[in-house]
Design a protein around this ligand. Structure first.
Ligand SMILES: [Zn+2]
Length: 128
């Protein structure tokens, strides 16, 4: 995700190409996703053949965002106030977290596409 590579074919998504994100029904327009982007052709192929997307519990609820750019966020895990607890928080790279000063471990990258989410069926019907 950090290197703008397609999660299906592994090749770079050039800056003149849109990065396509596929997710279950997003909670809102600014929903970060943990799945890396895809080329448009790779996303269309996945939406036709991936059992998880076609027949799983997400079928019919899958959305797509085509974005020229996306913000990269970090999901961290740190020890909570109770030594036996862990807290998870999201921050921009290099941003100081507001929730804890405890050392943390980078758990995952998240992407925040700079584009609206649309129903995957509508995206495919538009010629993708
Ligand atoms: Zn690809």
């Amino acid at each position: 995700m950090k290197r703008r590579r397609c999660q299906m074919c592994g090749r770079a998504i050039r800056r003149d190409q849109l990065a396509v994100f596929v997710a279950g029904r997003p909670d809102g327009p600014a929903q970060p996703v943990s799945e890396p982007p895809l080329h448009a052709d790779c996303a269309a192929y996945a939406l036709h053949v991936c059992p998880r997307l076609v027949t799983g519990h997400r079928a019919g609820q899958v959305c797509v965002a085509e974005a020229a750019e996306y913000a990269l966020l970090e999901e961290h895990v740190a020890q909570g106030p109770d030594p036996s607890s862990l807290i998870t928080y999201i921050r921009a790279p290099g941003e100081r977290p507001a929730v804890t000063d405890a050392p943390s471990v980078l758990q995952n990258y998240l992407a925040l596409p700079a584009a609206p989410w649309i129903q995957a069926d509508r995206w495919l019907d538009a010629g993708n």
